[in-house]
Design a protein around this ligand. Structure first.
Ligand code: FES
Length: 128
């Protein structure tokens, strides 16, 4: 535990106090290349912490990771049942979650693939 305590109580404060942070706005313009380079690591760490906090606590950021953005969003889980008897000679099911005719494919995967470079497509079930 002592190395962690030393890191928090001594090493980090010493490192931060040695950073060339100016006392005025004009001081930022007088920083040299070496000063700016020394500010990159702590800036990267702060940016990383900020980004991880944003992803962890912002509902909008979490939503951007969701595959399903529009279909039955008021349900905790989207489950669809299709009777085998209802399947015609050929039934095409959506697997991209973009269809306006869920659970059937309406071709929206084509636009999605074109915009994102993805390669998703439908599930096609045929009768023999
Ligand atoms: S619209 Fe989703 S797979 Fe075709």
């Amino acid at each position: 535990m002592e190395p962690v305590a030393h890191l928090i109580k001594v090493s980090v404060p010493n490192y931060l106090s040695d950073l060339p942070i100016p006392d005025s706005i004009g001081g930022w313009f007088r920083l040299g290349v070496k000063d700016w380079l020394s500010l990159i690591p702590p800036t990267a760490v702060l940016a990383g912490i900020g980004y991880m906090s944003y992803v962890a606590f912002c509902p909008k950021a979490r939503k951007s990771n969701q595959v399903n953005r529009t279909i039955n969003k008021n349900n905790p889980k989207v489950v669809d049942m299709v009777d085998v008897e209802d399947i015609t000679e050929k039934t095409v099911f959506c697997r991209c979650w973009k269809s306006q005719n869920w659970p059937y494919c309406d071709g929206a995967h084509g636009k999605h693939n074109q915009c994102t470079g993805d390669n998703v497509g439908p599930l096609v079930i045929t009768k023999k």
